[in-house]
Ligand binder design. Structure first.
Ligand SMILES: C[C@H](O)[C@H](O)[C@H]1CNC2=NC(N)=NC(=O)C2=N1
Length: 96
């Protein structure tokens, strides 16, 4: 079972993600980022790879795709807020 991120963990783990374009969602304990690709197929390929990691870790993104753009929101529904799993998936999404 995941735990909500502590204040200390937030400082350490979220700071580096904010540098790569992640930001807090207004009014929610969640992070968001828009990923842009050069085609629909590139976006779908990225989503497919991210989906395989999400399924492996049983941690699923809220996301929305239009053509070559994917809007992603990460949060942990089981704890109603951010957990280390959100950070792990965000880092993976950045690295794919
Ligand atoms: C029952 C199942 O394990 C849970 O619903 C999992 C699935 N994927 C999940 N994904 C996310 N983002 N948060 C969760 O709390 C979560 N819980």
């Amino acid at each position: 079972m995941s735990e909500k991120l502590s204040d200390a963990a937030r400082d350490a783990m979220l700071g580096p993600l904010f540098e790569t374009g992640w930001e807090m969602v207004d009014g929610r304990d969640a992070i968001r980022k828009t990923f842009k690709f050069d085609s629909f197929i590139s976006a779908m390929g990225w989503m497919t790879q991210a989906a395989i990691w999400a399924e492996k870790w049983n941690h699923h993104p809220e996301w929305f795709n239009v053509y070559s753009k994917v809007d992603v929101v990460l949060t942990t529904h089981d704890v109603a807020g951010l957990s280390a799993l959100d950070v792990k998936l965000a880092r993976k999404m950045d690295s794919i």
